[in-house]
Write a protein that binds this ligand. Sequence first.
Ligand code: ADP
Length: 427
Amino acid sequence: MRLQPAPVLGVVADDFTGATDVASMLVRAGMRTVQVIGVPEGAPPAGADAVVVALKSRTTPAADAVRESLAALQWLRGAGARQFYFKYCSTFDSTPQGNIGPVAEAMMDSLGTDFTIACPAFPENGRTIFRGHLFVGDQLLSDSGMRDHPLTPMTDANLVRVLQAQSRGKVGLLRYDTVRAGVEATRARIAALRADGVRLAVADTIDNDDLRTLAEACAELPLLTAGSGVALGLPALYARQGWLALDAQAAALDTVGGAAAVLSGSCSVATNAQVARWRDAGRPHLQIEPRALARGEPVVAQALQWARPLLASGPVLISATATPEALRAVQAELGVARAGELVEHALAGIASGLVAAGVRQLVVAGGETSGAVVQALGVRTLRIGPAICPGVPWTQADGRPLKLALKSGNFGGPDFFAEALTHEGGR
Ligand code: ADP
């Protein structure tokens, strides 16, 4: 029996793959979760314990990101959510202008709260935080591939410093020693930080137990800001409070069949390895070139012409994925924004063409890229299914026989594309 018809949790995510990542975390722990693309007109879909509003606000001007995030928050409040969550990337993707700080502070003001945490940790994917420093695997964030990101290069691993540079209020640190000491110690420290005028505290986190401690210690906060990790602890917490009944079938999707394809616009280290693995295995692969797009060549039509006859015999990969050197060269020539837009627009056009040609299972690599693809396909809601790997679930475009796996650039092992397409959830 449903105990609470309104969603318990309302999430505002700053990009599309980030939205599916946090939704996957909630579904895995038994919360029925729906992702909506942008702020919908009407009421939220029925029967969802959590609703995730996917925005494309990570790299837009801060004022636009704030406006859109507040509109999403307003809609989620209207839907009756009890707690709110601002989801950003586990590598804290942002620039000195934002948008993590400005959006977090605007949401705090709107909710009338003076404190929240900031915790991008995702230990299962190697993102841990110690003394305020974010690690990606064994490397500091600033030594990882993120230093070469096309849009949000991360050159400082000290998140207190990074967040302070983009925030008005005081940023503090919730140290590992405290989190490890448990829920009460963490609550006491939060009270002390608050008394000291800290508005945003970066929270050290090494493993899933720390994330659960943090979720419980923050149960009374109206707003959490985090990667997907903190969401891991929320479903059990809500169930204990009697706000919902956990559902073992939360990740069930329909069977869709049809042809399959992969599109990649991510240039991360992980995606470069995934594209190389696919190509080296002799699977069908086509590379598209931003310079050809800039020259106005019919790249989209050519790609579709290449793909159509191959689809009957198996999945194809079309990518713009480039190494850091190649990317820098093309960006110097075309400009960062223009190169990105050309590629996103082309991949979005190819996605539409592939679906028109019968593709029903589409894997997309790259956060911005996924945003462009989902918009081009006119998808409004995604039901969240089983995880292919931590952070990447299969999803189903509501009311349609179409499944999408939206992969944040940094996620997945080298065989991710093949694994996704043989995963039961994708059929
Ligand atoms: P990630 O999840 O790895 O950050 P995104 O899709 O969010 O991936 O961002 C990658 C950006 O790089 C997109 O804007 C994409 O259009 C752009 N891009 C991809 N390939 C190229 C390329 N060959 N040259 C220039 N820009 C590119």
